[in-house]
Design a protein around this ligand. Structure first.
Ligand SMILES: Cc1ncc(COP(=O)(O)O)c(C=O)c1O
Length: 265
């Protein structure tokens, strides 16, 4: 794992590949692109398909090109809290192979190739028209909303640079879209409590690393196996960032953090 972006790194992925590995699935976490070229080279070298999880990163760019379409297969989420959010659940997959696209269209519609002709056992994963209409209207605003997210992130970057917290660092290959603005502090819970007292809500994305989730207990991983992820899970804190946020609100968050973070040791 890259300890700065918290994105998966090619070295970690390569070590984890087994004969059972069906695909590589790097996540552009928090809206910051994965360093994709080494990952794509690895996938090619090992003959394994790579699917980008761009659910948090719609509009982000890697070396000037949009993420989600760089490997030929990518996933987007339109969950309401996402940068482009529907009123309910929704999502999209992006593929450049027409055969894969046709297969996915069948799978999402109960496996039907034609009405009532099921070629495979599919699922119901259609995007309903109401969500589609809303998303189409919102899509036109996405670029401006992304610019606003980036402007707020820049403001945070200035205001929090020497505030006693670690702040996200945009890598030279990346144009991040700041789905989340995640800072770090060794006394995260105390910082969150102090901010809450000042009327500032925060969240933790995410408090429990995958290998410590009960759902994956059968994989036999234990605490200590992924120290970077474990330390991050204990220190990360998402502070408010959304396109409608005013400069004044951002300044209030900065002031509050500057007031409390340095004293927490
Ligand atoms: C990185 C990432 N991948 C996948 C998903 C799943 O998307 P959905 O909830 O639309 O299925 C989400 C968010 O929910 C996400 O943040």
């Amino acid at each position: 794992m890259d300890p700065v972006t918290l994105n998966v790194s090619p070295e970690t992925v390569e070590r984890a590949i087994t004969p059972h590995t069906r695909a590589l699935l790097p996540v552009h976490l928090y809206g910051h692109p994965v360093d994709l070229d080494p990952m794509l080279a690895l996938a090619r070298r090992r003959g394994i398909p790579l699917v980008e999880d761009a659910c948090q990163a719609i509009g982000a760019q890697y070396k000037g090109r949009p993420v989600g379409v760089l490997s030929g297969m990518g996933a987007l989420s339109f969950y309401p809290t996402k940068n482009l959010g529907a009123f309910g659940d929704g999502g999209a997959v992006v593929v450049d192979d027409p055969e894969v696209a046709a297969r996915l269209r069948r799978l999402r519609n109960g496996g039907q190739s034609d009405r009532y002709h099921h070629e495979v056992a599919g699922i119901n994963s259609r995007l309903d028209e109401m969500q589609a209409a809303l998303l189409r209207a919102k899509l036109g605003h996405l670029a401006a909303w992304t610019d606003r997210r980036r402007a707020l992130a820049a403001r945070y970057g200035e205001g929090l640079r020497d505030a006693g917290v670690e702040i996200p660092v945009e890598q030279p290959y990346a144009r991040a879209v700041y789905h989340l603005y995640v800072i770090r502090h060794p006394r995260r819970d105390a910082l969150a409590a102090a901010l809450r007292e000042r009327g500032i809500g925060t969240l933790v994305h995410y408090p429990i690393p995958l290998h410590l989730q009960r759902a994956f207990a059968e994989l036999g991983r234990k605490r200590g196996d992924f120290p970077v992820a474990e330390r991050a899970a204990a220190e990360i804190l998402s502070i408010p960032l959304f396109p409608e946020m005013t400069d004044g609100q951002a300044e209030a968050v900065i002031r509050a953090i500057r007031e409390v973070a340095p004293g927490l040791r």
